[in-house]
Design a protein around this ligand. Structure first.
Ligand SMILES: Cc1cc2nc3c(=O)[nH]c(=O)nc-3n(C[C@H](O)[C@H](O)[C@H](O)COP(=O)(O)O)c2cc1C
Length: 339
């Protein structure tokens, strides 16, 4: 079996009772990306309503003390809930962070009115289990015409901005910051320890964390160099790399997802925008690599904001491109997250 192309799970195609609908949308939502695949969420249901909750026990205490990455992950799950409801023909009614006394209640999503989904919504739904985070270089092929402006529009619909780093100098500067951050994280034993807790060894039965089937065993060099996190921590775990080793591959189109402010609601919006961008890109055969290394170090995140993003708050660094690879990830079962 070519593990790069292993199927990553089928989603159910229909649901009719409120219980079935809740299960259907949560089954879809768990496919959302999350930092280190911590899946920092749980879901509850009431009459014709699903709530998304942040699971603070799964927050990265060292890397993510404010819960920013946790809420971006939950925002991605929230957008996936919306797509699944649209697939079923419901119009989702979303309230984000609806109760100041319950800061971990990320959103309530009700459904009532019905309108058949349009083709675009069906396409996004189909990508939910197919989309995978890529770690490495891309083929030297341009993105489909018009895709970048469509992705920018997607982000704007969720009150975020997708900034394409078209200038060579700016792209090189951002790559250098990612590289500096990656070195710094490797030198910090508390961070290394935390990350290794979310990187189970090959053959592990765990349904969370970044499995060895999700990254190449050898770091794939890109031009400019955007190093991936070292999930194997020197153990040599991972998949056979696709590149030629010494020949650097393309870094792809480099972009940053930013928000005008930096409050919990902005983080949820950024997560929704992220998943929206990723699903549309995936529907066009485009994969994304994500780099949050510099965003976990306050000085480097500030440096990017001041020097490279015109004062906007950077929530994610992305690279987009085509690749024959698709990693295999894992998810917890429905009964572990739907309470
Ligand atoms: C907030 C956030 C930060 C992330 N940071 C990184 C990163 O720095 N490096 C990386 O390889 N993947 C990163 N990811 C991707 C996750 O590792 C990935 O979503 C998770 O392992 C699940 O795998 P999947 O996206 O292939 O389903 C990040 C995802 C989110 C939501």
């Amino acid at each position: 079996m070519n593990v790069f192309w292993a199927p990553s799970g089928e989603l159910p195609k229909e649901a009719s009772t409120p219980e079935e609908i809740s299960r259907f949308v949560v089954e879809a939502a768990v496919h959302a990306p999350s930092v280190h695949n911590t899946q920092p969420w749980w879901f509850s249901t009431a009459d014709r309503e699903v709530s998304v909750h942040a699971d603070v026990e799964r927050r990265l205490r060292v890397a993510d003390p404010d819960g920013r990455e946790m809420l971006i992950s939950c925002g991605a799950a929230l957008f996936t809930v919306r797509v699944a409801l649209r697939y079923l023909g419901f119009v989702p009614k979303v309230s984000v962070l609806p109760d100041p006394d319950l800061p971990n209640l990320v959103a309530r999503v009700g459904w009532g009115d019905q309108t058949p989904p349009v083709e675009y919504e069906r396409q996004l739904f189909a990508e939910i289990p197919r989309r995978r985070t890529h770690r490495g270089g891309f083929d030297a092929e341009p993105l489909p015409a018009g895709l970048l402006s469509a992705l920018r529009d997607e982000a704007a619909r969720e009150k975020a901005t997708l900034r394409i780093m078209g200038d060579d100098g700016q792209r090189a500067a951002l790559a250098a910051v990612v590289e500096a951050a990656d070195y710094a994280l490797r030198l910090d034993s508390a961070r290394v320890q935390e990350e290794s807790k979310w990187a189970p060894p090959p053959g592990s039965q765990r349904r969370d964390g970044v499995p060895a089937t999700a990254y190449p065993a050898r770091q794939e060099r890109t031009e400019p160099s955007f190093p991936s996190r070292d999930f194997a921590h020197g153990h040599g775990w991972g998949l056979p790399p696709a590149g030629q080793g010494s020949v650097p591959r393309s870094a792809g189109v480099v972009a940053m997802l930013t928000t005008a402010d930096d409050h919990p609601s902005d983080w949820v919006n950024a997560g929704q925008a992220l998943q929206r961008v990723l699903l549309l890109a995936s529907s066009c055969g485009i994969s994304a690599a994500l780099h949050s290394q510099p965003l976990e170090l306050t000085q480097l995140r500030d440096f990017i904001r001041v020097q490279l993003s015109g004062g906007a708050y950077v929530q994610m660094v992305l690279r987009l491109g085509t690749t024959g690879q698709a990693a295999v990830s894992v998810r917890r079962r429905l009964d572990e997250v739907l309470l």
